[in-house]
Design a protein around this ligand. Structure first.
Ligand code: SF4
Length: 410
């Protein structure tokens, strides 16, 4: 019966994307856990994002941080930063990302990166593409051992990117800096916020990401928080269409594809994989797919097989040391100046709630995909004010609800 339901569902799906060209290249670029260990997200995060500064010269229309031109005098000091790196390392050495604002505006950035890298941490950073990014700085950071660089590119042409970034000339500057990265053999990823601004241009963006030699296309589904507005979000139906397109693209693209604030992409990947297998060989059963070791699937998600979500394998530290489930879920659950990060991460009631998908409200709470998906807790909070509410931008109706609807009336 399960299988029939799934087959019926699959037959109703849009098969148009299946005929897109495929080459099937998968590259992980060494960003997984160094020991290949399974991580208990109740104890340690998979990834830590540290907003080293909130200063930034850009004026992005969606800015989560509502960044300012000058650094906040309350920013964590150099010594506090080193101590924080020690604390992060002690949590089983998760991936560490320096973000901002513009992390290049943090004067001790290279020293902080070197300190973490010398401890054996995998560090990447996401600076703004401004004149602060010189070839010399890239070389120094590369020589310090940075794992990966990230630049934002939100449109394939200057008109779209510059409008979104609120800064004329930003597109050309970004391409110039990417050329530096390529010349210096510094692996980099391109980050793109999916929004109303670029929805009609994603095909061109995908092509450009490949032409620029990026190792990853990292897509954010806009969350209406900070300066981000709901009117700029694409609709749930458009989101579904983009996810299915991305899944097909992931088979052909010469770069990895990863998403954030788009947990339901994992559900789409699983559905599409099940459909592919059923169509091709019939060698996977629906029940098995739910308990499959996702690390063994070649779907570009194997960097984080257990369904990282806000506060669940993922933690954010602000420029002043506030700890939050994510930068897009602005609920402060502690401050590293007052409480050790590990204690906050393990004992915060909010974080513990976020790690229990079966206790989410509405359809996410009963969804058979909630352990690997769970919906964006950030978007649920931004739109409903409740971080346990259902993902508002997911169209899927869980099997449990469908069964209820079809049960005989007593
Ligand atoms: S209903 Fe919630 S858990 Fe299920 S696929 Fe949608 S977002 Fe994910």
């Amino acid at each position: 019966m399960f299988l029939i339901v799934i087959l019926l569902e699959m037959c109703s799906q849009n098969l148009q994307s299946l005929v897109m060209k495929m080459q099937g290249i998968d590259r992980s670029h060494g960003m997984g856990h160094p020991h290949g260990k399974k991580i208990d997200y109740n104890v340690n995060p998979f990834i830590v994002i540290w907003e080293v500064t909130r200063a930034c010269q850009l004026k992005c229309v969606h800015c989560r941080a509502d960044a300012q031109l000058t650094p906040d005098p309350r920013e964590l000091t150099h010594e506090e930063g080193l101590h924080l790196i020690d604390e992060i390392y002690e949590m089983d050495n998760p991936m560490l990302v320096f973000t901002g604002g513009d992390c290049m505006l943090r004067e001790d950035l290279i020293e902080l990166a070197k300190y973490a890298i010398n401890k054996g941490m995998r560090v990447s950073m996401v600076p703004s593409a401004t004149d602060n990014v010189t070839k010399e700085k890239i070389r120094a950071i590369r020589d310090a051992g940075l794992s990966r660089w990230g630049f934002s590119l939100d449109g394939p042409i200057p008109e779209i990117h510059d409008a979104f970034r609120g800064t004329p000339g930003s597109f050309d500057l970004t391409l110039e800096k990417i050329q530096y990265l390529n010349e210096l053999n510094m692996p980099f990823q391109i980050n793109t916020v999916i929004s109303r601004y670029n929805y009609d241009h994603l095909e061109e963006m995908a092509k450009l990401v490949g032409e620029l030699n990026s190792v990853m296309w990292y897509l954010f589904l806009l969350v209406p928080t900070g300066r981000g507005q709901e009117k700029d979000c694409i609709t749930p139906a458009e989101t579904e269409k983009v996810f299915r397109w991305l899944y097909e693209l992931s088979k052909t693209a010469p770069y990895d594809i990863k998403v954030t604030a788009a947990q339901h992409y994992r559900r789409v990947v699983l559905q599409q994989k099940m459909r592919d297998h059923l169509i091709a060989k019939g060698e996977i059963h629906y029940e098995d797919s739910i308990t499959t070791d996702f690390a063994s699937l070649h779907d570009g998600l194997k960097r984080a097989p257990k369904g990282v979500n806000d506060g669940n394998g993922f933690i954010f530290i602000s420029h002043i040391g506030d700890v939050m489930p994510s930068g897009l879920l602005p609920i402060t659950v502690g401050n590293v100046r007052e409480t050790p990060l590990a204690k906050i991460y393990r004992e915060s009631k909010v974080l513990q709630e976020l790690r229990q998908p079966d206790h989410y409200k509405g359809k996410c709470g009963v969804c058979e995909y909630n352990k690997v998906c769970g919906g964006s807790r950030s978007r649920a909070y931004a739109i409903t004010g409740d971080y346990l509410e259902s993902e508002p931008y997911c169209l899927y109706i869980p099997l449990a609800l469908r069964k209820k609807e079809t049960s005989p009336i007593k």
